[in-house]
Design a protein around this ligand. Structure first.
Ligand SMILES: [Zn+2]
Length: 457
C-alpha cells in the first residue's frame, strides 16, 4: 500500500487490540473530565449508583446508563442556552451549531477550539477515505449555516488541501455556471440532492456527465448506500458515489466509505466509542451491546472520547444500522456498516419492521421502468400500519397501462420485506422532489386533521 492511501495510517490500520488500548485510556480521561465538569452526568451516574471508579476497563462501559436526545432537549430547556450537559465554560465555546428535530425547536451543540480541531481531523479522515485528494475541487451543495457538516466540511476539505466551493442549498442554477468554470470534479451533498440536480441538469437540456463530476460524497440521509439508488446516481453522473454518516450531537462524519464501496468504515476510534444495541433496550437502563460482527443489526450508540463542550455517554442515535464486514481490501481495520434508517422512521406492518428506505430500494430496483421515487402514505400515525402498506411509485410509462409492473412491485415488496403492499403508479415527475433530505413518508392524516380543523373554524 502506498504511504498516502491513508490520512492517519496508525489509527486507520490499528489492530483491534491497539484500538481497544487507545480507547480505554481516552475514555478513562474523558470520564475524569465528565465527573469533574458535568453536573448532568454527575447526577445521572449518582441516580444509577455509579461512581468514576466503577470504570476500570473498556467493558465496564456497559454498566453506564444510556443518554437520549429527549434528555438533552430537557436539559437545554431547563438550563439555557446549552443545557446542564455542557462541560466547558461558555467563554471557551467558539461555535454553536444546531439540529432541528421533529418538534421544530432547535437543539444546540457547542464546540470549543479543541473540539473543532478533533472534528476537523475526523471529517478530513472521512473525506480522504472516500477518495478526496488535494488536487480536487469540491462543490459543497448542502447546508452551510447551522448544519454541523457545513463549516466542518469546509475546514476538513481545506485541511486536505483541496479547493472548497461553498455553494450551499437552493443554488442549482448557479451550480450549472460555476461547476464548469472552476473545473469542479467533486460534489458533497445529500443523495436526494444528487438525484434532484441530475434531473435539473437534464431539464436544462444537458447531460449531467457533461459537468465532469467524478466523485460524489453523499451523506445526511440513507440512500447513497442503497444499491439501486447508487447505481442510478453513478450512471447519471458517470461518477463514483460514496457515503458518510455522522451525528449532530457527536461529530459531523464518523463513518465513511472507501473506494471499495462495500459499506462505511468506522473512522474515529480516537474520538468515539461505537456500540450497536438492540433498539428495544429500555431507556435509560444500561445494557450490553451486540458484537460488531458481519450481519449484526441494531441501533448505533456513541460515547465521546475527547469532547470538551458536550461529552456524551452512550448516546442513543436512533440510527438503525447493519454491520457489513470487519476487514477490507483497502487495509482499513475499522468495521463497515450501512445505515438502514432511523428507528423512529420505522413502520410495523403485521409485526414486521419496515424501513421506508427499504421500500425505495425495492421500487428503485425496477429502474428504468420506475424512476425510484416513492411515497408511503400513512392514514394514521405510525409506527403501526394497518395492511396493506400504501405505496405510491413513479413509473416511466403510462400508469394505466402498467398493471403488470404494479403487481410485480407488490410481489417483490412481499418477497423482500415480508409485508403486503398496495402500489399505486403515477407518471414520472409527479411526486415531490426534495432538494435537501428526501421525505419518503406522506402523513395523510395530518392534512385530514388540518382540513377538519379549518372546516370547524
Ligand atoms: Zn475499505
Amino acid at each position: 500500500m502506498r504511504p498516502k492511501e491513508y490520512l492517519d495510517r496508525k489509527i486507520e490500520t490499528a489492530t483491534a487490540k491497539e484500538t481497544a488500548a487507545l480507547q480505554q485510556g481516552l475514555l478513562a480521561s474523558q470520564l475524569d473530565y465528565l465527573f469533574a465538569r458535568s453536573e448532568f452526568y454527575r447526577e445521572k451516574c449518582r441516580t444509577a449508583g455509579l461512581r468514576r471508579k466503577d470504570f476500570r476497563a473498556l467493558r465496564d462501559l456497559a454498566r453506564f446508563p444510556f443518554t437520549t436526545k429527549e434528555e438533552l432537549r430537557a436539559s437545554q430547556a431547563a438550563h439555557p442556552p446549552l443545557g446542564s450537559h455542557i462541560a466547558a465554560n461558555w467563554h471557551d465555546v467558539i461555535r454553536v451549531h444546531s439540529s432541528t428535530g421533529t418538534t421544530g425547536k432547535p437543539s444546540f451543540v457547542g464546540i470549543t477550539r479543541r473540539d473543532a480541531k478533533v472534528w476537523t481531523r475526523l471529517t478530513a479522515r472521512s473525506f480522504y477515505t472516500q477518495g478526496l485528494r488535494r488536487t480536487d475541487v469540491v462543490v459543497h451543495a448542502a447546508g452551510l449555516t447551522l448544519f454541523v457538516a457545513g463549516l466542518t466540511s469546509k475546514d476538513a476539505i481545506e485541511s486536505v488541501g483541496a479547493v472548497f466551493v461553498p455553494l450551499g442549498t437552493g443554488a442549482s442554477e448557479k451550480a450549472l455556471t460555476i461547476i464548469p468554470l472552476l473545473g469542479v470534479n467533486a460534489m458533497h451533498c445529500t443523495p436526494s440532492y444528487a438525484a434532484y440536480f441530475a434531473d435539473f441538469v437534464c431539464r436544462a437540456g444537458m447531460d449531467p456527465q457533461e459537468l465532469g463530476l467524478k466523485k460524489l460524497f453523499c451523506g445526511a440521509e440513507p440512500g447513497a448506500g442503497i444499491p439501486a439508488i447508487r447505481a442510478k446516481l453513478e450512471q447519471d453522473w458517470g461518477a463514483r458515489v460514496t457515503e458518510g454518516l455522522g451525528n449532530a450531537d457527536m461529530a459531523p462524519i464518523i463513518f465513511s466509505e472507501c473506494p471499495e464501496q462495500s459499506g462505511m468504515h468506522f473512522n474515529g476510534p480516537d474520538a468515539v466509542v461505537v456500540e450497536i444495541i438492540d433498539p428495544q433496550s429500555n431507556d435509560p437502563q444500561p445494557g450490553e451491546s451486540l458484537p460488531l460482527e458481519a450481519g449484526v443489526t441494531g441501533e448505533l450508540v456513541y460515547t465521546s472520547l475527547q469532547r470538551e463542550c458536550v461529552p456524551l455517554l452512550r448516546f442513543r442515535t436512533r440510527d438503525r444500522v447493519q454491520v457489513l464486514g470487519t476487514s477490507c481490501a483497502c487495509g482499513r481495520t475499522g468495521f463497515k456498516l450501512r445505515c438502514i434508517g432511523r428507528t423512529d422512521d420505522m413502520l410495523i406492518v403485521l409485526g414486521v419492521n419496515v424501513f421506508p428506505s427499504a421500500v425505495k430500494d425495492v421500487v428503485s430496483s425496477f429502474h428504468p421502468a420506475t424512476t425510484g421515487e416513492i411515497q408511503i402514505v400513512l392514514d394514521t400515525p405510525g409506527p403501526g400500519v394497518a395492511p396493506p402498506l400504501k405505496v405510491i411509485a413513479e413509473c416511466c410509462g403510462e400508469p394505466a397501462a402498467s398493471a403488470g409492473l404494479k403487481l410485480a412491485i407488490e410481489r417483490k415488496i412481499k418477497a423482500a420485506l415480508g409485508v403486503p403492499a398496495s402500489v399505486e403508479l403515477q407518471g414520472a415527475g409527479t411526486l415531490p422532489r426534495f432538494e435537501m433530505k428526501g421525505q419518503l413518508v406522506r402523513r395523510a392524516y395530518e392534512n385530514k386533521a388540518a382540513v377538519s380543523a379549518e372546516a370547524q373554524s
